[in-house]
Write a protein that binds this ligand. Structure first.
Ligand SMILES: Cc1ncc(COP(=O)(O)O)c(C=O)c1O
Length: 449
């Protein structure tokens, strides 16, 4: 329910950034690490639904959702109520040392999303990267092997283990010295740029061949490989979906060689693609599923869900102080109820609606090379020339900036793509508004070509 002072659509009434926003930006510069990216000067003050307001009273339609975190929108009343109620009862106890009912409650809820719920166990952490770290450790522990296979373009986090798997942008790795050894990166199937001219359905066969015929024969014997880790849809890398057969092939290889298949659903999961998990579209059964971001509408919690046959480590082998905190769990339970109660279906419905309206952008705009994704995980790739597919990061940045000045928040992804990852609550009117703003923003960027 929107109150009189609130809005469903953008409302910009100052130059951007406004004077109060500018004060926050200056304040931030004095104290904060310069490593934060901040591609454009948006300052958040309060949020409701799919809208975030800045301190100057400008209202923005949020198609970034805090990097796909605010799945139920900003401050959904049911999530706020669950957090407030739990905060008044028990904030922290350390699930590492003591039992509390919230952990098995959320674990039960999570395993119910898996193909055979009784076969899985759950470990909670605080962030995506912590889920990745835990999964690496578990895969190594369970297999007593240490090699890992990951993909170019994939992003798995910024702590040293997950960073070693991340191969997205060299700025994320540069300057940090030697990372974890025993990791081989292989190409990710990127249909729009497939060297062999394959389609979105068929791209990637040669990568499977590379893995089996080259990597396994010349670098690592498969029986040395602990895990293959893959994003079913690359998030940070450009919102690039892997063809379904490709994920099925990875599963076949893992099954054949006793390799653990880790699917990183930190960005793509939690109903965003119209199913709980993006891997479900391929009908596979991963050994470990990683989740964070959208699971708790903004409260920091992550989980890895692993087959019981794999999660056989000894007490003390892995742990954490805050992971599975009761307040975060209350938020996650409320979030999952909302996702199951309609938001997952809405992601599918509005996603199809948006694709129906923007699929032809490459025909209508000469700087749009590709539109791709699933549900409300939509990527738009910008090029200088549709024939050569020359990447146009500058035009992408201009479109993002133009959209910001019209009241739409988006984020870049990959070298030259925009990611659209709104809260799963958006309706057709909000989708239409975002599409109109983006079309105007693209047209404006094209004018200056
Ligand atoms: C697919 C994926 N894995 C892992 C991470 C790391 O998550 P966090 O930033 O919560 O550590 C991210 C973050 O963007 C991600 O997109």
């Amino acid at each position: 329910m929107i109150t009189a002072s609130e809005t469903k659509l953008p409302r910009i009434s100052t130059a951007l950034p406004g004077p109060k926003s500018q004060l926050v930006i200056d304040y931030d510069k004095k104290y904060m690490s310069p490593s934060y990216l901040r591609d454009y000067p948006f300052v958040a003050e309060r949020g409701y639904g799919a809208i975030v307001e800045d301190p100057d009273g400008n209202a923005f339609l949020d198609f970034a959702a805090g990097i796909a975190v605010c799945s139920t929108g900003h401050c959904h009343p049911k999530v706020v109520e669950a957090i407030q109620k739990q905060a008044a009862e028990l904030i922290h106890i350390a699930g590492n040392d003591f039992y509390h009912r919230h952990m098995p409650q959320l674990a039960e809820r999570l395993v119910k999303t898996m193909p055979k719920p009784q076969d899985y166990r759950v470990f909670f952490g605080n962030s995506g990267t912590e889920a990745v770290e835990g999964a690496i450790k578990l895969a190594r522990y369970a297999t007593r092997r240490d090699k890992l296979i990951a993909f170019y373009g994939c992003f798995h986090g910024r702590t040293l283990g997950s960073l070693s798997l991340t191969a997205s942008k060299n700025t994320q790795r540069k300057g940090f010295g030697t990372l974890l050894g025993g990791i081989e990166h292989i190409p990710y199937p990127y249909a729009y740029r497939c060297a062999l001219g394959h389609t979105k359905e068929t791209c990637g066969g040669e990568i499977i061949e590379l893995l089996e015929q080259q990597i396994f024969k010349r670098l690592f014997a498969p029986e040395e490989v602990a895990a293959i880790i893959v994003e079913p849809i690359q998030g940070e890398g450009g919102f690039i979906p892997a063809p379904l057969f490709f994920l099925q092939e990875l599963q076949r290889i893992c099954n054949r060689h006793g390799i653990v298949l880790i699917v990183d659903e930190v960005q793509a999961g939690m109903g965003r693609t119209g199913k709980w998990w993006a891997y479900e579209h391929a009908g596979i059964t991963p050994d470990i599923v990683l989740t964070a971001k959208g699971i708790a509408s903004g409260m920091p919690i992550s989980a890895f869900i692993a087959k019981e046959s794999i999660m056989q480590w000894k007490p003390g082998a892995h742990g954490t102080t805050y992971g599975g905190n009761p307040v975060c769990i209350a938020s996650a339970l409320a979030t999952m109820e909302l996702i199951e109660g309609g938001l997952m279906a809405n992601a599918r419905k509005i996603g199809d609606y948006v694709f129906g309206k923007i699929n032809d952008w490459p025909q209508r705009f000469k700087i749009v090379g590709d539109v791709r994704g699933k549900g409300l995980m939509i990527g738009v790739e910008f090029v200088r020339d549709q024939k050569t597919k020359e990447k146009a990061a500058d035009l992408r940045d201009r479109v993002i900036d133009n959209a910001f000045h019209r009241g739409l928040l988006t984020l870049g992804s990959g070298e030259n793509s925009i990611r659209l990852s709104p809260p799963l609550i958006i309706d057709e009117e909000q989708a239409d508004c975002a599409i109109r703003i983006l079309e105007e923003s693209i047209r404006e960027a094209e004018k200056n070509l």
